[in-house]
Design a protein around this ligand. Structure first.
Ligand code: G3I
Length: 366
């Protein structure tokens, strides 16, 4: 018996070292740790990506399959299959399931804003359509979705309202109507606002005023998503730190909702995360097409560790950190704002292997 215990004592640390602890087992003790998943990951149950989602994360968000353009491409027509599969996958793996997104200027089919003659509809008609859309989608997943990105990217970086069709046709109160309709459809679901460039004071101050206005009207809003499509030199950590505090000071939680790191060179006239920007491919703009040298990889690692150090410092204010892809191969940054590049945007490489600095982040949260 004594020899058995001795062998066990010697073997245990080796076994533990061999099995690197996961994000879910470490970071997941501070806040939900999630990732955006696309339908191919959800459906390929035997893939490395699918396994990584199940072992590393405890929360998932639909990258595209719950967007209006996908769910309802034409009036009265619904495509539920991928969204249903996404929800089923999350429930089968006992994960927090996040719906993204209900009211957005992008990826919303044109029919929502136009009548049969192609003319823009009236305020009254669009309010009816918004209510019907939100009640249909949120109602279908009532009790299955923990929280919804209700309004997405309603503000410009200077703090003014984005002149989306929602804003132009309905007016300023489209935001409060969206939160009212979502709460009516599922009173238990958390409701979030989500935007990018949220370390820009003009933007986060405008969002904070909007949050306070919703709360003053007795409307439910639980958290603000700072998308966090970060870079090697932006946002400045001190500004990012201030933004987290400013949002939390309104009484809502902060969600790091679409975390990735754009380490590729940007075209000169690039800014923010406006998805409509597109530029020509060139090898010069794709410097890590054949991998990354150690010095550069270490530089990326230091930047990632700085962000996760900040998130741990703010863990009492942060409800969730969600990566906007499972691994580098899945990142939207491979094709935005320049198609066909090799992004190095996440903590897992193109073969879904952990990058060297993942263990440093895990050590920080043990
Ligand atoms: O599904 C069609 C496919 O049938 C077609 O063959 C193909 C080629 O045109 O397009 C496919 O749709 C693409 C979709 O992703 C699914 O892959 C759209 O063109 C493409 O525009 C869409 O991009 C998504 C983008 O939002 C716009 O919806 C990205 O994957 C997604 O990562 C990105 O995510 C957004 C968040 O929702 C909001 N915050 C910013 C973030 C990054 O833009």
């Amino acid at each position: 018996m004594r020899r058995f215990c001795l062998i066990l004592t010697l073997c245990l640390p080796v076994c533990m070292m061999a099995q690197q602890e996961t994000l879910r087992e470490t970071v997941g003790n501070y806040f939900h740790i999630g990732c955006a998943v696309n339908s191919s990951i959800v459906q390929a149950t035997d893939s490395k990506a699918n396994e990584l989602v199940r072992t590393q994360f405890n929360s998932i968000v639909a990258e595209n399959c719950m967007k209006a353009e996908h769910l309802s491409p034409r009036e009265g027509e619904w495509n539920w299959a991928e969204a249903d599969a996404f929800v089923a996958f999350g429930e089968a793996n006992h994960m927090q399931i996040i719906g993204h997104c209900l009211v957005w200027h992008s990826q919303t089919a044109e029919w929502m804003f136009r009548d049969k003659n192609g003319k823009e509809v009236s305020r009254e008609v669009l309010i009816q359509r918004m209510r019907w859309y939100i009640r249909t989608v949120v109602g279908r997943y009532k009790g299955h979705i923990a929280g919804w990105d209700v309004c997405n990217e309603s503000f410009e970086d200077d703090g003014t309202r984005r002149q989306s069709p929602w804003q132009r046709i309905i007016g300023d109160d489209y935001i409060e109507l969206a939160y009212r309709f979502a709460h009516e459809a599922d009173p238990d679901a958390e409701l979030y606002y989500n935007d990018y460039s949220m370390s820009v004071p003009a933007k986060y101050n405008a969002v904070c005023e909007m949050v306070k206005s919703l709360k003053a009207k007795g409307l439910r809003i639980d958290a603000v998503g700072m998308q966090s499509h970060n870079g090697l030199t932006w946002p400045k950590l001190v500004e990012y730190d201030r933004a987290i505090d400013a949002i939390a000071a309104t009484g809502v939680k902060v969600i790091i909702s679409e975390l990735d790191m754009n380490v590729l060179p940007n075209p000169d006239s690039f800014s923010g995360a406006e998805v409509s920007q597109q530029f020509e491919y060139s090898a010069k703009m794709d410097p890590y097409a054949n991998g990354i040298d150690k010095r550069t990889q270490d530089l990326f690692g230091e930047r990632w560790q700085a962000f996760f150090y900040l998130y741990r410092h703010h863990c009492h204010q942060i409800a969730r950190v969600t990566f906007w892809a499972v691994g580098d191969a899945d990142s939207w940054l491979n094709d935005w704002p320049i198609p066909g590049r090799h992004a190095h945007a996440t903590l897992f490489d193109r073969d879904y292997n952990p990058k060297p600095f993942l263990k440093e982040i895990i050590k920080m949260y043990k």
